[in-house]
Ligand binder design. Structure first.
Ligand code: ASP
Length: 338
């Protein structure tokens, strides 16, 4: 199946006439659309109290509303996704900014990236621990334009040249993350891929009134990560991608597999070269991730303003809204629309 898709893609890329680029699915044209996620994983109803569910739902809704308001007023997709992500970075419920998961040594190591669909300008940072909003640092890298991807001490040094707000690394550390690390370290058989260790990454994708797409992702990575491990979130093409000709994508899940399947740009390529819709293209890539042994999910928005989710876990914190009145947040797989 996947081999078939690869060959089909290659054949189309090599010899397809321009007409093959037309979309053969049936999109609803919307003025603007936005989707967000707050991570995916094995989320069981038993482990989720009604109070906790209400907290998550309220947080997701507040972030979604902030992004939707910007788009409704004619603001850019870039501004909308940055607004969503900065709100979720400040929210300790999610694994980004404050409340990020901890490294093996108990430290903070943020990864973030952003990409714009019109220029395909992109910025990404990995392994920072003092920038309050890592997505804004990625945006500064993109605006500076000399490089796309900065890491570690160099990324901090670059941050020194900006006006961005800085915090002591301790400010980002929360008690639940300290306890999660203790559990992880006490269980020598736990793997980075254990579900408990990996939900909460945040991301957003949007299509604005001007027809431009943007995508961004921000995370603390995985509990107990070592050796300056970098996941998919800051890797353009793996965790984040935007191309006005195809789609905008943000991913969450076991990053190693998303890197190997080059998830975000592969979804866009499938859409662009085969005319596949966002849901179908996303399902294809999530099937590939599952086949390799990984799990997680993606959010996708198309140039026509379709906002789709695909995930192979029992839940994904997610939300979407558009100019036609769609506005929903959901957590478990059986909730929400298609
Ligand atoms: N994808 C992130 C990483 O691998 C983790 C997550 O999405 O929960 O760092």
């Amino acid at each position: 199946m996947n081999r078939f898709f690869r060959s089909a893609l290659l054949a189309l890329a090599l010899c397809a006439p321009a007409s093959a680029h037309a979309h053969n699915h049936d999109p609803v044209d919307t003025d603007w659309a936005i989707a967000l996620h707050g991570g995916a994983g094995t989320l069981s109803r038993e482990a989720m109290t009604p109070e906790r569910e209400a907290e998550y739902t309220a947080s997701l809704q507040a972030a979604l509303d902030a992004g939707a308001a910007i788009l409704a007023e004619g603001g850019t997709a870039e501004d909308a996704i940055v607004a969503v992500i900065t709100i979720l970075e400040d929210d300790p419920l999610f694994n980004a900014g404050r409340g990020a998961v901890l490294t093996w040594d108990g430290g903070i190591s943020h990864d973030a990236s952003i990409m714009l669909g019109d220029s395909r300008a992109a910025g990404a940072t990995a392994g920072t621990s003092t920038v309050r909003h890592p997505i804004l640092l990625a945006q500064e890298v993109m605006r500076d334009g000399r490089h796309v991807f900065l890491s570690g001490a160099g990324a901090e040094e670059f941050a020194d040249r900006t006006e961005l707000e800085r915090m002591e690394p301790e400010w980002f550390i929360t008690q639940p993350r300290v306890e999660a690390l203790e559990r992880y370290r006490a269980n020598s058989t736990a793997s980075l891929a254990d579900d408990e260790h990996r939900y909460g990454t945040v991301g957003a994708v949007a299509r604005d009134r001007h027809g431009n797409l943007a995508a961004g992702t921000s995370t603390g990575g995985m509990t107990g990560k070592r050796w300056d491990r970098i996941g998919d979130a800051p890797i353009i093409g793996a965790g984040t991608y935007a191309d006005n000709r195809a789609c905008a994508v943000s991913a969450t899940g076991t990053g190693e597999y998303f890197i190997r399947a080059n998830v975000a740009s592969s979804i866009c390529n499938l859409m662009r070269l085969t005319g596949m819709g966002p849901r179908e293209a996303a399902d294809n890539l999530m099937a590939e991730v599952a086949e390799l042994g990984g799990s997680g999910g993606v959010i996708v928005v198309s140039p026509q303003g379709e906002a789709a989710f695909s995930f192979n876990t029992s839940g994904m914190y997610r939300g979407r809204a558009n100019s036609e009145g769609l506005n929903e947040v959901a957590i478990f797989a059986e909730e929400g629309g298609e």
